[in-house]
Design a protein around this ligand. Structure first.
Ligand code: CAA
Length: 241
């Protein structure tokens, strides 16, 4: 029986690559998305992976959305918390709304989503929770006090929950991508990207979404049961913990 995987923010960018890679590895996959209907419809048409719309920042919507996914595919055994946003601004210009939106999605979103599947995973004595944090949660990034705080929080969440899930066969891990060639990174001012960021990446290029997806497939496997509470970095050598 193939296992069921749910990828948040799964219709674009890193999330789409993860959903596609999990499907190729034999999982029954559902993608969640929050806003872009057109991209989600194109993704489903191309991949055959169903996409379900709700915001991970909304607890009640997560509850209803996960129930919908489980009715369609079966209990979620692998949850990939990938959905994330940026609202970059130097701190003196950052608004309370920019702070809150990023924390609500990138940090509270992990609570909102994982809470929906946790009891089922405990009951079935198997689960994989894989959260996509960021290099900027590890090293901090000027212009991203909100994002860096949320992504660092994701690592604390992962380490705490790994301890709780261990006896129930649930592993909880995080991946910290560096700068990956997605719309999020391409939205950075070209001058900032080319002059300040890429020169800091020893491999000399942005990463590809597929280079993150393969790490997710690795951690999702039944054979990965001894790996929990870990942070896997994939950043082209830009930062070592
Ligand atoms: N460290 C210290 N100071 C810095 C700095 C840095 N890294 N970057 C910029 N500054 C300084 C600038 O030199 C400038 O100083 P002066 O005014 O004295 O010249 C000042 O801060 C303002 O800089 P900007 O002109 O760039 O300010 P802005 O308001 O136009 O833009 C910004 C601010 C939007 C944050 C812009 O700097 C930016 O986009 N930076 C990149 C942030 C970043 O890396 N985001 C990652 C997005 S991708 C992602 O998040 C995915 C992931 O997980 C990796």
């Amino acid at each position: 029986m193939s296992r069921v995987a749910l990828v948040t923010g799964g219709s674009r960018g890193i999330g789409a690559a993860i959903a596609i890679a999990l499907k190729a590895a034999g999982y029954k996959v559902a993608a969640n998305y929050a806003g872009n209907d057109e991209a989600a419809a194109a993704f489903t048409a191309e991949t055959g992976i169903p996409a379900f719309k709700w915001s991970v920042a909304d607890y009640a919507a997560c509850k209803a959305g996960v129930a919908q996914v489980e009715a369609a595919l079966g209990p979620v055994e692998v949850l990939v918390n990938n959905a994330g946003i940026t609202r970059d601004a130097m701190f003196h210009k950052m608004t309370p709304a920019q702070w809150k939106e990023v924390i609500d999605t990138n940090l509270t979103g992990l609570f909102n989503m994982t809470h929906q599947v946790w009891t089922g995973m405990r009951d079935r004595k198997f689960g994989r929770v894989i959260s996509i944090s960021s290099i900027n949660g590890q090293k901090g990034q000027a212009g991203q006090a909100n994002y860096s705080a949320a992504k660092a929080g994701d690592l604390g969440f992962t380490k705490a929950l790994a301890q709780e899930g261990a006896r129930a066969g649930i592993t909880v891990n995080a991946i910290c991508p560096g700068y990956i060639a997605t719309e999020m990174v391409k939205a950075i001012d070209e001058k900032v990207l080319n002059e300040r960021i890429i020169p800091q990446i020893p491999v000399g290029r942005l990463g590809e979404p597929e280079e993150i997806a393969r790490a997710v497939v690795f951690l999702a496997a039944d054979e990965a049961g001894f790996i929990t509470g870990s942070t896997l970095t994939a950043n082209g050598g830009q930062f070592f913990v």
